[in-house]
Design a protein around this ligand. Sequence first.
Ligand code: BDR
Ligand code: CA
Length: 316
Amino acid sequence: GRKIILDVDTGTDDAVAIMFAALHPELDLLGITTVNGNVALANTTDNTLRVLDWIGRPDIPVHPGVPHPIARFGFPGGKHFEQDDDNDPHGTALPIPEPSTAAQATGAIEYLVETLRATTEPITLVAVGPLSNIATALAVDPSVAGAVDELVVMGGGHAVSNVSASAEFNIWADPEAASVVFSAGFTRRTLVTLDATHRALIPQRTCDALDALGTPAGTAAARFITRRIGAYEHTTVGAAPVHDVVCTAYLVAPEVISTRHLPVAVETASPLTVGRTVIDTRPDTELEPNAHVALDANADLLNELLLSTFARDVTS
Ligand code: BDR
Ligand code: CA
């Protein structure tokens, strides 16, 4: 199958993306790198190990990355709306058993650089958290971008934001890293924005169907997404976006999103708009397009893909 590396800040939607990538027969998940984001690095790493154990894929290596943004001592000012108690869709530890496996001794940056240097086949890099690890690996060796056939990023937004009036969490959490990644020499860059993920909502009835599958992935996905639906009760009643899994679903069903080749740049200076992806949709823009930007998605197809993929149980 298609060789991929996932970079995650496991929270509930990262967890669904991990299960999808680890279980879908067309994907070969080589390894996972973890980063600080939704929760601290120790927790994103522990949560990732929990998910892999739970679905019977403890063979997939987990490499912890950087514990903070690359050019700041912390996130920009302001609170990530999802870190609020009453509408936090993540929590700290995922509601599945603690892992019986440990993370690798080799860190994420070394793993990314060495794996991309050594590979004889193209690898697809899927980043669904802040881009601190990716930017750091590029700082060590910019040429590693050449081994990546496609970089798929969950992040940014055009008409939709979440962490502030104008920014999306993954980009906002490490804006300098995002700016580096959007100007690096990747052959193909796909950006799945909030505009897309908010058009691919998962309703409670799908959670019920996932639970009825009776598989580890179905049960866990139902649990994680039900929590998200509760957290999103003020925005998308009775359903929730599961942002990160749109990226892994796209790898096996590109028609789950529709993209436009557009110029994208990241604001890193302005206190008001720091972390904003400035996406230029002007037909006569003078700027060069640098990303295939998804601003729309197919909800029915995404729901179908979750149900078909999570019917698989590899624990027996
Ligand atoms: C992104 O932020 C996190 O909360 C999710 O895991 C997703 O990657 C959405 O803005
Ligand atoms: Ca994430």
